[in-house]
Design a protein around this ligand. Sequence first.
Ligand code: ADE
Length: 235
Amino acid sequence: MRIDVVSIFPAFFEALEVSLLGRARGAGILDIRVHDLRDSTHDRHRTVDDTPYGGGAGMVMKPEPWAEALQTIATDAEAPPGGGQHPIFIFPSPAGEVFTQATAGELAEAPHLVFGCGRYEGIDERVFDYAAELGSVRLISLGDYVLNGGEVAAMAMIEAIGRLVPGVVGNPASLVEESHEDGLLEYPSYTKPAAWRGRDVPPVLLSGNHGAIAAWRREQQIERTRARRPDLLGE
Ligand code: ADE
């Protein structure tokens, strides 16, 4: 999978060099390229923002640097498929659709994602229409809170999507038994020692009875989901 990221703070993405995603990049499973939006400006101050038409607080990101950056990526001959046409452009935004495990699973199937990380009061709206001519466009929110820009949200999405790409996580079985994969929260986990600081591991986990363990884990999943996230159960 190819992932391009456009940001005025490329340093945010240095964390993608470590851990599982870093290894997947080294192995050629994930081709992640980070671009500085200011490289697509042509004035002495490398300007990326300006005041909003109609007034209001803050600054808006200018359309032209975005158009140049996105077009260069979309027409990059090395980008998949077929010469790099039609990537999915993802703009992290608190005004977008909410990102879920299902969104991650869907996007993990795409050959080419492009993250456009906005700052300030957002990006000139015409950039989204322009990007829709180069590929498909999704505005995606991490949740109902506001970050200072799209970088941290893009990082979270890249990790959630990237780990679902075959070969990134060593043991694919571990992807199946986790929170949100079946619409429930994950069951609690324990490791050795069986007794620790006056707290014991639930005896069923030491019983060797796989049926009883599976039933207990399921009950725990439902109980936790009801207590912490009743919305997932439609309650
Ligand atoms: N940018 C600012 N806030 C955001 C959020 N909640 N999700 C995605 N992108 C954002």
